[in-house]
Ligand binder design. Sequence first.
Ligand code: AMP
Ligand code: MG
Length: 349
Amino acid sequence: MARPLPDILRIDWTTGAEPSAAVLAAVDRAAAVLREGGLVAVPTETVYGLAANALDPDAVAGIFRAKKRPTGNPLIVHVADEPQARRLAAAWPPAAATLAAAIWPGPVSLVVPKAAAVPDIVTAGGPTVAVRCPAHPVARLLIERAGIPLAAPSANRSEGVSPTTAQHVLTSLGNRIDLILDAGSCDRGIESTVIDCTVTPPRILRPGPLARSAVEAALGGPVAWPEQGGGDRPVIERSPGQGRRHYAPTTPLELPNDPAGRVAELLAAGKRVGWLVLTTLEAARGLAASRELVAVPMPTEPEAYARQLYASLHALDQRQLDRIIVDSPPAEAGWAAVRDRLERSGSPG
Ligand code: AMP
Ligand code: MG
């Protein structure tokens, strides 16, 4: 029997203000669904997460089913504060203490040894757990009112583009989940920086909104970078965001060396093309007359680019295009997270 579509509860809440009775009522309804073992999509400052009670293995199994996520991919557990994170950890390494104090609440997940209380399904059977204290007021209020830690990967079908709006969640997961809290667009727009605190020096497993330089400044020392194996295969497979193909739109995506030339070639072959334009504005203008081309000018700052990236990919994916062409972002450190996501979006299955 088909399940109904999830209720979407709109949250109107100005940052800094006390939550209204309506906001509390919506969040409390979501908290009740979570305590009963259900699935709730929740806005965070990175992307929308699909939350379940992290201490209930059956509820967490629901996340894997809804996303069609391979069970080998561990989940990030979201907490209200550092003490709650420590209760999920068998040990709290000094790097975790330093980073949590400096950066939380914020877009950083810390990998630490897991406590027995954390079900194996959350960590994909592994000995470590990733924990994050989000900064988004709705996510924070939800964790507090539910009174439980929330396992929450991105609220999309596995391998797809992460959602940055409630509509993206609805399109991707629809009737597979119970409830969506809609607080508008996510501020950061890409998934958290993941840092392994079980090794010395700590290692960034997935680049994200908090740049390597900011992590090093917070730590007062160096961090290691994702290890590359042969070719483009990461050595550490236990971090699911490191799967070679991830964050990918349905439409094939390319990062060619000569985007303008490639677009012209595709158009000449009668293809319909989407183009995320960063450095080739003049060339894009020249080709813009073509009805078969959808050119999207992208912001030239990495933070603004990240905020808009997934929404642009979702929008292009709706348009039955043959190909999405992306101008390569600069090779500078500040663009590392955006480059990481684009390279994975473009990898062949
Ligand atoms: P997402 O579906 O984007 O929320 O992906 C979850 C992310 O959690 C992955 O990209 C991993 O980098 C990270 N992660 C979760 N648990 C662990 C863990 N125990 N060790 C390493 N990375 C983890
Ligand atoms: Mg994801």
